[in-house]
Design a protein around this ligand. Structure first.
Ligand code: 5RP
Length: 237
């Protein structure tokens, strides 16, 4: 599999869900970036849409690609949002936040009437957790927050419990999100009960948001070298 061709194929298929006049949520990461560039091409051909970026990186790319942006505070609907993922399980539960944009990504995904995940075929997994779970936390008291996250991993039966502070460009400085927060990466290894971990993380003061996306995804588009597979949310969810 050529990951770039696979991502481009998935991004191109997502464009088919975009209609004139819609407000579109723009995800963050390398796969979502292909969607932004392709959307820019459509706009140059005359498509009229507005878009809400999920990160400053997505904003910069959208501006460079000619995609017209609108402040999220000025819209009442986001008809479609398109974003990548770090892991996708059979129930369409995701780990997101590898790029550190999970808070805005989740706000936009949850506001969207149709949330579409685009990915290459390396992203589906049987059980979430091999990709360390990103957790956005307030800088104040983050060592205590990290301890509580460690306890939550243990209490919910995760196979791993290592929690690390994400580093920024300089090894001595933490990564800072677009919202001025830190990211803890939780090496859960296997998350047997994502809903239980979600609930446990939500109870921790200092956790701003976490990268488990549960019951948000409507459609998954998996690309490979030759084309795409389009999956709709399993009926039992
Ligand atoms: C950013 C994300 C990305 O969507 C996720 O990391 C996937 O990125 P890529 O498409 O580059 O593999 O959640 O916060």
């Amino acid at each position: 599999m050529n990951p770039d061709a696979a991502k481009i194929n998935a991004a191109a298929a997502a464009l088919e869900f975009v209609r004139e006049g819609m407000t579109i949520g723009l995800g963050t990461g390398s796969t979502a970036a292909h969607f932004v560039r392709l959307l820019g091409e459509r706009v140059r051909q005359g498509l009229v849409i507005l878009a809400v970026p999920t990160s400053e990186a997505a904003r910069t790319l959208a501006e460079a690609s000619g995609v017209p942006l609108v402040d999220i505070a000025r819209v009442t609907r986001i008809e479609v949002a398109v974003d990548g993922a770090d892991e996708i399980d059979p129930g369409f539960r995701l780990i997101k936040g590898g790029g550190g944009a999970l808070l805005r990504e989740k706000i936009v995904a949850s506001a969207a009437e149709h949330f579409i995940v685009i990915a290459d075929k390396s992203k589906p997994v049987k059980t979430l957790g091999a990709f360390p779970l990103p957790i956005e936390v307030a800088p104040f008291g983050f060592t205590f927050t990290a301890r509580r996250v460690f306890e939550a991993l243990r209490a919910t039966g995760c196979a791993g419990d290592e929690v690390t502070l994400r580093q920024g460009a300089s090894p001595t400085l933490p990564y800072i999100t677009d919202n001025g927060n830190f990211i803890l990466d939780a090496a859960a290894k296997k998350i047997p009960d994502p809903a239980a971990l979600e609930a446990a993380l939500k109870r921790i003061p200092g956790v701003v948001e976490h990268g488990l996306f549960i019951d948000l995804t409507h459609t998954v588009i998996l690309g490979d070298d030759d084309g795409v597979e389009i999956l709709d949310r399993p009926a039992d969810r």
